[in-house]
Design a protein around this ligand. Structure first.
Ligand code: 3PG
Length: 216
């Protein structure tokens, strides 16, 4: 990874929450609630009309956080994400123009892989950090262990189907850099303005991570 700050934060709290918002004010409140719970690496997903605006506002106003763009599908989205201030880029799959845009922008990239073939392509593009997506459906912890045994210098960020119930299992796999997920930002809690719930979920995740990694 290029960004030493990102790496050290993920080592300290290896969980990356997803923020999906229609309104920059909601995105900022959600980000602040996550930061209050101890999670400071945040992924704003490009799944709403206002996503890039949300990304820009969170990146520029939540100074405690490192903010990346998620669900980046195209080269154009990657470039717009960089313009909006994304410090890293996450994709559901491995698409070479997105990889190149991130590399040219000098930011870390976590493209999704679900098979050995995709991981091998990423490895040959020089990538040593890959998202494993959709983790639950693509084989979960046993598949991660199998990939880790072969791609020995690659770190994985499993995402998809992870929650407080299985987070420790994923973090127990040595090749796992961090886990991503939307369980920390429940749409119903956010719609109700219940940001304390978001902070509580983040706090719980940090506690689980410390237990799993033996750091707490
Ligand atoms: C992603 O974009 O990484 C996934 O949609 C997250 O999956 P989850 O909603 O099961 O956490």
């Amino acid at each position: 990874m290029n960004n030493a700050d990102l790496q050290s934060r993920l080592e300290a709290a290896p969980v990356v929450p997803l923020i999906q918002a229609e309104d920059p004010r909601v995105a900022i409140e959600t980000a602040n609630a996550l930061v209050a719970g101890g999670l400071t690496v945040l992924e704003v997903v490009l799944r709403t009309e206002a996503a890039l605006e949300c990304l820009h506002h969170v990146a520029s106003s939540v100074s405690e956080a490192i903010v990346g763009a998620g669900t980046v599908l195209s080269e154009a989205q990657a470039r717009k994400s960089l313009d909006a201030g994304a410090a890293f880029i996450v994709s559901p799959g491995l698409y070479v123009p997105v990889v190149e845009a991130a590399q040219q922008g000098g930011v870390d990239l976590f493209p999704g892989v679900a098979t050995a073939g995709e991981a091998q392509l990423g490895w040959n593009l020089g990538l040593r950090a890959l998202k494993f997506f959709p983790a639950g459906q693509a084989g979960g912890v046993p598949m991660l262990k199998a990939l880790g045994a072969v791609f020995r210098d690659v770190k994985f960020m499993p995402t998809g189907g992870i929650d407080a119930g299985n987070l420790a299992d994923y973090l127990g796999v040595p090749s796992v850099l961090a886990c991503g997920g939307s369980w920390l930002t429940p749409a119903d809690a956010i719609a109700a303005g219940n940001y304390d719930r978001v902070t509580a979920l983040a706090t719980e995740a940090v506690s689980i991570a410390r237990g799993a990694r033996g750091t707490g």
